[in-house]
Design a protein around this ligand. Sequence first.
Ligand code: NDP
Length: 246
Amino acid sequence: MSERKVVVVTGGSRGIGAATARLAAREGWSVCLTYRSAQGEAEGVVADVQAAGGEALAVRADTAQESDIVALFSTVDERFGRIDGLVNNAGILDRPMNVDAIDGAALTHMLAVNIGGCFLCLREAARRMKARGGSIVNIGSRLSELGGAGGFVHYATTKGAIDSLTVGAARELAAEGVRVNCVSPGVIETDIHETTGIAGRAKTLSTQVPMNRPGTAEEVAEAVVWLLSDQASYITGAKLNVSGGR
Ligand code: NDP
């Protein structure tokens, strides 16, 4: 069994997940980071962690597929023999669609990744953590409360589910020593905005941010890794906005 605490970070190849994996490793966690297609970038994060003296493993797992999630956690069992943390980060944004023009197949896929994948990863982690405690951080979004009007209601709706999952799972698992919290990023400068097809989206949106700039993946990672840690030992069911005041 690994001597260090082990955290699984889904979607750890890029953006917020990659920054979280790097910071968690610096804080002494062994990290299992997952990716769907960006193997080279995921292996690059692993190399960075190892070069800094940490332990990391990259595993391909499409979180829209339950079988991939089950296999991922089996790999963690075999490789590390324990799991102490989960960062439910893998998520997609997609192109804008108004509510009266939603594409059914795109909506179904988004629900599968942004809700189903997080729920099933939480299930697998909770089954293993129940005996010995653990900490789960779900990555939501400020849009769960802002609503996403203007093309992103589908995405905002999936993040509303993350808010509910956080509160419900936190209360259900509290007596088992498992904490569940949510970090809600605002506008963060990552690749995810490119999938909307709107050039410069993060910069444009930052005019709506009181701090007048987009956040960085590293700023979100700081909040995530703190909630994962024992320093947040009496915090469960909480939502922490990392959004520059938006
Ligand atoms: P990125 O697009 O930069 O990274 C997304 C990560 O998720 C990648 O590692 C990607 O893997 C992975 N991923 C996507 N789909 C799947 C899938 N089906 N199975 C497994 N992994 C998958 O996004 P961000 O870092 O910006 O976003 C991370 C989280 O933060 C998301 O949940 C997002 O909704 C949330 N968020 C982001 C905000 C922002 O402004 N950036 C604001 C609010 C919330 P691969 O590289 O292999 O494709």
